[in-house]
Design a protein around this ligand. Structure first.
Ligand code: 26V
Length: 826
């Protein structure tokens, strides 16, 4: 029964804020509805109920949060700081309920208030503060750090506009702004008192101080203030609640006033607007940088705020500056925060007055760098004029780091000037540019790739000279994903069956899923397994219908490819196969092929024309196939718009087949592949990224492998690849390409897909045509396996059973042991 909040005594209300039972939750939700939303139940909107529940859950996190923060300040612990320009944390309510262990109580409480928990959770806007895998990885790692009770802080940028929302109009991607903060963010605590100033522009001035030491002052042209916006990160069923601290930029008041006093009111306001623009919008990480000054400013802004915050915490702990690297280790999530090498040096030299040698020792011991891509066009560099204009003092420090580093190289390899220029932090081959991966490598004590194959290739290619110089600094840490969100939360049906079969312990120790192997051939168990998958497919079918208007049959094989749209990920290879299937079925309606529903999802970078064209092609194929009566009950094609964490929750658990078909050597790891595997989805894939390890774990017989190996790809490209040969040799492929070029999938407009077809037949940089025939043959094996439900279900069960390695808990333990010197608390 609902309680009248006005009758609650203050003491009782206080106690209820901590209570984890459904009654105290219910009381608190009602109280928050009145005191925070200013609403009574009768007039409350569904969103009011969401806010009231979110605040009630947050209250329960705060107790643990405050205690965790206090214990880090008081105890002699090393704190891992995860520096990342992106944190794609996804919706918070459901995850916090799971981690606090109060989902059932919350459901009961909301029911008593006349609300359905799932409907309330569906109202949450997700913070899209990341592009894809890299940002989501950072979020999974925060979940594991808290769950393993490891002292950690996530540092990043609080973008006002996250990744754009993708709408599909007339088959094309259209970008819309992401207004995730419009209705307020109940998970965030803004801390105006935790703020730092960051310099930009101007010049430097060197002098000798009273003690005769060389000192540099940076006389900045302007300053921006960074304010801490904190989000609690609750571990799974533990007392630890860590912090995600995101920086929001603000104007510096005193600067405004100075301008105001001399009468330049509009100048002052303009300065304010520029300052506040810094944290406005997330850039796509998969578009070439080229002169994006604001992006560099963002990177320096969040890195400087974070390092200053670490220095302040060090002081609060009463530790001397010499102990910085004993108290903190900062992991650089790709090169986006690699300016930390220069900024930490600057803070230690210019602000703390240390000598170069000591500052460099601290910097190297405190920093570690993770590389997330080998694609040459993706390696970050910044032109010198832009860098100098924005960051004159960090640039001087980079020059000095480079001078000392190249001396070392020359000493080790006398006369080898080509090695020196290959390794230099400055690329002098054209316009001079700073190589951020080299800066991050030189400034770190540990460098790692994100899957075994990727780490090997990293040592052999992009960072070869560095791995030769410092082999002991190179590591592999294969990525992982959190089983809390990507299994327990998003697949409650399967989670229940797992609880009953192997015990609840699997959620914090995913290797326990091995206990499922014993049931893989058990007919009754197989039936329950299939029933859960079917229910998930029915639920996805509803989402697909409401998002696209397409009705799909849950009995069809759900063949799914969701990820950013990229030529190297080869959504067009999948599309080519669908076109070939379509032609086959038209020609031979009796063909004994299992009904399939192909689902695609993913955003294209706004400036990436080819990726946008691939989306248009998929939608064109979908329109033709789905409206052809001959395809009814045989073939369906869906492009699910605006793939994000929230829709991912519905997609992974409902898939039968996971498409991981990138050109071997190009996908550093992939993490969607792991999310599918946990949910009992079979993979069709190349030997790329973590697929290699997924296949090793699952067993080769439970993985559909095709395609060239990384060495073949490299050799083929070196020796001269001729895609046209594959077209001539394969009639089905040739006809598919011709049909696309003819405009058949764009209401007869023959010019639109031409560039795509020409690109494939002339260049095919990612060898889609070279892998085509093998892919098609592999898809035939998929079809055969699907037609035997006992075989398929066994494979599905074994995939889940053997997915333990891909928990982010395992990955974080490895970072803790090998890189941070930091053990889990429990
Ligand atoms: C950036 C660019 C920029 C220029 C155009 C091409 C291009 C392609 C990709 C990227 C992404 C760079 C960093 C990144 O997001 N890497 C992803 O990190 C994931 C987490 O480790 C990993 O699973 C993905 O395989 C990897 O692509």
């Amino acid at each position: 029964m609902a309680t009248n909040p006005t009758t609650l005594a203050p003491r009782a209300a206080e106690a209820s804020r901590h209570g984890l039972d459904s009654e105290s939750l219910q009381r608190d939700v009602l109280e928050n509805l009145v005191s925070l939303q200013a609403r009574y139940p009768a007039i409350a909107t569904p969103h009011d109920w969401y806010m009231a529940l979110a605040y009630s859950v947050r209250d329960r996190l705060l107790v643990r949060w405050v205690e965790t923060v206090q214990s880090y300040a008081a105890r002699d612990v090393r704190i891992a700081c995860y520096l990342s320009a992106e944190f794609l944390i996804g919706p918070q309510l459901g995850n916090n309920l799971v981690n606090l262990g109060i989902e059932a109580d919350a459901r009961e409480a909301m029911l008593a208030l006349g609300q359905d928990l799932d409907a309330v959770m569906a109202l949450e806007e997700e913070p899209g503060l990341g592009n894809g895998g890299l940002g989501r990885l950072a979020a999974c790692y925060l979940d594991s750090l808290a769950t393993l009770e490891m002292p950690a802080i996530g540092y990043g940028i609080r973008y006002e506009f996250g990744i754009f929302r993708q709408a599909i109009r007339d088959g094309w991607q259209v970008e819309e702004t992401d207004k995730w903060l419009q209705k307020g963010n109940p998970w965030e605590i803004v801390r105006p008192e935790v703020a730092y100033y960051v310099n930009f522009g101007g010049h430097t001035h060197s002098e000798t101080d009273a003690e005769g030491r060389f000192r540099v002052r940076w006389i900045a042209a302007n300053q921006v203030k960074g304010v801490a916006c904190d989000t609690p990160v609750q571990g799974y069923r533990v007392e630890t609640c860590n912090t995600l601290r995101l920086w929001r930029s603000e104007a510096v008041e005193s600067f405004d006033l100075a301008d105001f006093n001399v009468g330049d009111y509009y100048g002052a306001v303009e300065q304010k607007v520029v300052s506040e623009t810094l944290s406005k919008v997330l850039y796509p990480n998969d578009e070439p940088e080229m002169g994006k000054r604001l992006r560099l400013a963002q990177q320096y802004f969040f890195v400087s705020c974070s390092l200053q915050d670490m220095l302040r915490l060090l002081q609060q702990k009463g530790e001397p500056i010499e102990r910085f690297a004993d108290v903190f280790v900062a992991q650089l999530n790709d090169t986006h925060p690699s300016i930390a090498v220069a900024e930490l040096m600057r803070l230690l030299l210019d602000e703390c007055g240390l000598q170069w040698g000591q500052a460099w020792d601290i910097t190297q011991r405190a920093l570690a760098y993770t590389n997330h891509t080998l694609l040459p066009e993706a390696l970050e560099t910044w032109g010198l004029p832009l860098f100098r204009g924005l960051l004159p003092r960090p640039l001087e420090i980079i020059y000095e780091i480079n001078r000392r580093f190249l001396d070392e190289v020359r000493q080790r390899h006398p006369g080898d000037e080509s090695r020196v220029s290959r390794m230099s932090l400055i690329d002098e081959s054209g316009d001079r540019r700073i190589r951020m991966a080299h800066l991050a490598t030189v400034g770190s004590h540990a460098i790692n790739g994100v899957a075994a194959l990727h780490s090997t290739l990293l040592r052999e290619t992009v960072l070869r000279d560095f791995a030769e110089l410092w082999p002991e600094r190179f590591h592999n840490v294969t990525n992982g994903v959190t089983p809390r969100r990507f299994l327990a939360l998003c697949n409650p049906g399967l989670a229940r069956l797992l609880d009953q079969t192997v015990g609840e312990g699997w959620i914090a120790d995913l290797t326990r899923l091995r206990g499922l192997e014993a049931h893989a051939d058990d007919e009754a168990f197989q039936q329950r397994w299939r029933a859960i998958k079917n229910a998930n497919k029915e639920a996805l079918a509803k989402h697909i219908h409401s998002a696209t208007g397409v009705a799909v049959d849950p009995r069809a094989l759900f063949d799914i490819q969701v990820k950013r749209i990229h030529e190297y990920k080869r959504q067009h290879l999948n599309a080519l196969y669908i076109v070939a299937l379509y032609q086959r079925l038209r020609r031979e309606p009796q063909l004994a092929l299992a009904p399939r529903c192909f689902v695609f999802g993913g955003k294209a970078a706004p400036g990436y024309a080819m990726a946008k064209l691939i989306i248009r092609l998929i939608n064109g194929i979908a329109e033709v196939v789905n409206n052809d009566p001959a395809m009814e009950g045989r073939l369906k094609v869906v492009f699910f718009p605006n793939f994000n964490v929230k829709s991912a929750h519905h997609i992974y658990p409902a898939a039968d087949l996971s498409e991981q078909i990138s050109t071997a050597g190009k996908e550093a790891s992939g993490t969607g592949n792991m999310k599918f595997m946990m949910n009992g989805v079979l993979t069709i894939g190349t030997l790329d990224g973590a697929n290699v390890e997924i296949r090793e774990e699952a067993g080769a017989e439970n993985f559909f492998l095709f395609g060239l190996h990384a060495q073949d790809v490299e050799r083929l490209q070196r020796e001269g690849y001729r895609p046209a040969d594959h077209v001539t040799a394969n009639d089905e492929l040739r006809e598919a390409l011709e049909l696309i070029a003819s405009g058949h999938f764009l209401r007869g407009q023959s010019d639109v897909f031409r560039p795509l077809v020409e690109n494939l037949t002339q260049w095919d940089h990612f060898l889609a045509l070279a892998d085509y025939a093998d892919y098609v043959a592999c898809q035939a094996r998929v079809d055969a396996a699907w037609q035997d439900p006992a075989t398929w279900t066994r494979m599905s069960i074994l995939n889940t059973a053997r997915s333990g390695k891909f928990s982010s808990d395992r990955a974080i333990r490895e970072y803790g042991d090998r890189i941070w010197g930091l053990a889990p608390m429990k």
